[in-house]
Design a protein around this ligand. Structure first.
Ligand SMILES: Nc1nc2c(c(=O)[nH]1)N[C@H]1C(S)=C(S)[C@@H](COP(=O)(O)OP(=O)(O)OC[C@H]3O[C@@H](n4cnc5c(=O)[nH]c(N)nc54)[C@H](O)[C@@H]3O)O[C@H]1N2
Ligand SMILES: Nc1nc2c(c(=O)[nH]1)N[C@H]1C(S)=C(S)[C@@H](COP(=O)(O)OP(=O)(O)OC[C@H]3O[C@@H](n4cnc5c(=O)[nH]c(N)nc54)[C@H](O)[C@@H]3O)O[C@H]1N2
Ligand code: SF4
Ligand SMILES: [Mo]
Length: 739
């Protein structure tokens, strides 16, 4: 076969940098950054260069599998799998109601079209409860965002004078376009400053002008002190506050009372350093902040998200170059479908952005409550590895009447499922993500398949379509008339589709399926898997009409055609900075600064004890550090890793000495939930008392066995945020013993 260069994207983190790949037969021979990609412009880090380890290898599965009584699996054909699964879903819906079928996942770092297709199955079944990984990291922030301005914010880091990274190590974890060049530019420019709040001297902290090396889990005191100083030293932007916010007075009153010296002592950061940091923020023309897992998976996380946002709001760092912004979206990553419920059926936990808190999932299953979930659908996720307390989650899976996993590999989760359905890889089908969060220019890339599906596998679009056909989810007459319209022409189809939806709004939920079955058959050969994007493009063009037009697309049809024609990605919205207020979802376009529940928590900080350690567990384990070669569990082959192949436990020289450890030793890490053996790396990156293990390790591979620590054998469901229910993976009390 000939070698051809094709355009695609990296699937290992949410940046989705554009790639060009040299493909031959079924392999990825060479991989390089795509200079034509509108967001990454040729940039990549070291991780995608051997994506071949994802695409091919003994981890891939190529037949549907059914679990036997004894826990082993047998291969079955697709027809059998679809018929049996559809029958069981229908029976559970009939007996217990569709709301007892829980959907988890629907996409990872590179693939969101499968999740979009799954919406049609949910709609047909009457599913009401869903969740995904966002509900173990971002839902606290989302709750705060909802109260403040009703949208998602990000920063214009590239042009920012001062950037603040809060529990975020972008050198390794990235998360914004061309991360490393941007960090390097900030670090070398004497007129710009980088502030990092992290107990660890991370690669990013190493580059920073201000490193606030907090005690683990004490960020609330640190940020409260920082805000206290901003208020006390009159470093706020009063004009911005008067013009763009409401409810700010009670917040300022409380911040005036912050005992600054006391809080500095509690978080372990020198007061003078905090004051210098506050002054730098106050004097800057533009400031951006990025909060991530270091605070989102640690004590007081929702409160800390709020304090983070107050830092840039009260200093007027919104809606100008180099500052924070709200933005357009190609399609939503969260959102609970038609009418999301407010609390979970069994434990009454708060549902945020339509998502059940991850730490509640097990408790919604392992109970005899009549409203418990009876079935769980898992697509493109590995919850038996990624959710807190793996042991209990496995028990929960086995107690359900039906569990189905769709994955490319026989994962930890697949090994506990009743049925496992093999998906085509992200290079074998049309794919895209909805991590489109830039402003003033926002981009979207629809990636065509590089290869045909691995024999035996199916793209998710086809899996969901087969199930929905089996369930007879749509009226045949409707399908026939839409198909005829699609063959007549785009204008005819557009009119027919919207007329059908107008006559029966309930069809909205089924539209991914309808598009696949009708428009999909009229698209040029091989493009059927892109049909769903036609629907998303229509919604996007209606929601952001002016910005889409400024990007050069007259309407949804033009946008869809433009997307198909540009496999390197398109700019789908173009804004000016003054348009940013259009994205603030408030009738008065102002920020609602007062959040009473969180002000109460802020006030309680004075008397609340700082999270501490015990004699039984004297160390704090950060369970899930992003390193040079980790990528959740997307790549299972340990030979992919060029460095730190075993995933060592990082420990400070002081702690190592106290425990009598030297380089090369093995240790046992013990927590209240479990224990694991691992090698160590003694490094002064770590603060005394703080240890860390990498994420994404401890998965089983047919040729290499299990390498590294499966972290969630060490975590428990109990430790979680009181508002959002997000786990404290960065704050796991632990002890270490030499073995
Ligand atoms: N290389 C790589 N990159 C990735 C991923 C990957 O698997 N590998 N995963 C992607 C995903 S899904 C996500 S969500 C992001 C996450 O990206 P990050 O949140 O940046 O990643 P982490 O390393 O988990 O945590 C960031 C920092 O929090 C610090 N930290 C620990 N405890 C505390 C604390 O109490 N307070 C503060 N202030 N900091 C603390 C840690 O020392 C660490 O440096 O990364 C994305 N990018
Ligand atoms: N202790 C601890 N736990 C954590 C974290 C931590 O830091 N510490 N981090 C958390 C965070 S931030 C996140 S985002 C989660 C991530 O955890 P999960 O959301 O569970 O996802 P991944 O580990 O990314 O697993 C993705 C799965 O998708 C499969 N896959 C890949 N391509 C395809 C495809 O095309 N189709 C289908 N159907 N499947 C595919 C992969 O084989 C893999 O099994 O983990 C969380 N868990
Ligand atoms: S930054 Fe993320 S998306 Fe870009 S190349 Fe690295 S891992 Fe892939
Ligand atoms: Mo994540």
């Amino acid at each position: 076969m000939t070698e051809t260069w094709a355009k695609t994207a990296c699937i290992l983190c949410e940046c989705n940098c554009g790639l060009e790949v040299l493909a031959k037969d079924r392999t990825l021979l060479k991989i390089r950054g795509d200079k034509e990609h509108p967001g990454s412009a040729g940039y990549t880090c070291e991780k995608p260069l051997r994506l071949e380890r994802y695409q091919n290898g003994s981890h891939r599965i190529s037949s549907p599998m059914r679990r036997r009584e004894d826990g082993t699996y047998e291969e079955i054909d697709w027809d059998t799998a679809i018929t049996e699964i559809a029958a069981k879903l229908a029976q559970i819906k009939e007996t217990h109601g569709g709301d007892k079928i829980f959907f988890y996942g629907g996409g990872g770092q590179g693939n969101h079209l499968g999740g979009a297709h799954s919406r049609a199955l949910m709609s047909a079944l009457g599913v009401r409860y869903i969740s995904n990984a966002l509900a173990q990291e971002k839902t606290g922030e989302m709750w705060v965002d909802g109260k403040l301005y009703g949208g998602h914010t990000k920063g214009d880091f590239e042009h920012s004078e001062v950037v603040l990274f809060l529990g975020k190590n972008p050198w390794q974890s990235h998360s914004f376009p061309r991360t490393r060049p941007t960090l390097r530019e900030i670090a070398k420019d004497p007129a710009r400053s980088m502030i990092v709040v992290d107990p660890r001297r991370s690669e990013t902290a190493e580059m920073a002008d201000f490193h606030l090396q907090v005690r683990p889990g004490t960020d609330a005191w640190c940020l409260a002190a920082l805000l206290g100083i901003l208020v006390e030293e009159e470093l706020l932007d009063q004009e911005f506050i008067a013009e763009h916010t409401t409810g700010t007075d009670p917040v300022l009153d409380l911040l005036r009372q912050v005992p600054i010296s006391d809080y500095a002592a509690r978080c372990g950061v020198a007061e003078e350093l905090l004051r210098a940091t506050a002054r730098r923020i106050g004097a800057a023309k533009s400031v951006t902040t990025y909060e991530d897992l270091g605070i989102q998976q640690a004590p007081n996380s929702t409160l800390v998200s709020y304090l983070n946002k107050l830092t840039w709001i009260l200093t007027g760092n919104f809606g100008k170059p180099g500052a924070m912004y709200l933005h357009s979206a190609f399609a939503a990553v969260a959102g609970g479908g038609a009418k999301p419920k407010k609390v979970t059926p069994v434990t009454g936990a708060r549902i945020i952005a339509g998502l059940i808190p991850c730490n509640s999932i097990t408790e919604e299953i392992l109970t005899d409550h009549p409203d418990r979930f009876r079935a769980m659908w898992m697509d493109s996720v590995n919850p038996a590895h990624s959710l807190a307390d793996s042991q209990r989650f496995r028990e929960a899976m086995r107690s359900l009447e039906l569990t189905v996993v769709i994955d490319v590999a026989f994962t930890e989760t697949a090994r506990n499922a009743d049925y496992v359905l093999p998906a085509s890889s992200q290079f074998e089908k049309w794919e895209a993500t909805f991590f489109n969060v830039e402003f003033p220019v926002n981009t979207f890339q629809l990636r065509p398949p590089v290869f045909d599906p691995l024999p035996g596998t199916l793209p998710e679009a086809e899996i969901y379509a087969r199930l929905l056909r089996e369930l007879q989810a749509a009226d045949q007459e409707l399908l026939d008339s839409l198909t005829a319209a699609a063959h007549a022409g785009r204008a005819e189809f557009t009119a027919a589709f919207f007329t059908a939806l107008g006559q029966n709004p309930k069809l909205m939920g089924l539209s991914p399926y309808l598009l696949h079955e009708t428009l999909g058959t009229a698209l040029p050969e091989g493009q059927r898997g892109a049909a769903i994007v036609w629907g998303l493009a229509q919604i996007c063009a209606m929601t952001n009409a002016d910005a889409v037009r400024r990007a050069g697309f007259a309407d949804g049809n033009a946008l869809f055609d433009g997307i198909i024609a540009a496999p390197q990605g398109v700019k789908f919205t173009v804004d000016e900075w003054e348009h940013v207020w259009n994205y603030v979802r408030r009738p008065d376009r102002r920020f609602t600064v007062e959040i009473p529940e969180l002000l109460e928590k802020l006030d309680e900080l004075r008397t609340a004890p700082v999270p501490g350690v015990s004699t039984e567990f004297p160390l704090v384990l950060s369970a899930g550090e992003r390193r040079a070669f980790t990528a959740n569990t997307i790549i299972r082959d340990p030979e992919w890793r060029r460095r730190d192949a075993g995933g060592a436990l990082r420990i400070s020289p002081q702690d190592a000495e106290e425990l009598g450890l030297t380089s090369g030793d093995s240790v046992r890490v013990i927590t209240e939930a479990g224990s694991a053996e691992t090698g160590i790396e003694i490094t002064d990156m770590m603060r005394a008392g703080h240890i860390s293990l990498p994420n994404g390790m401890g998965v089983d591979h047919p040729d290499h066995g299990l390498v590294g620590v499966p972290l969630n054998e060490l975590t428990s469901l109990r430790h979680k945020d009181e508002f959002a229910g997000t786990p404290w993976h960065k704050y796991v009390p632990a002890r270490v013993e030499k073995v």
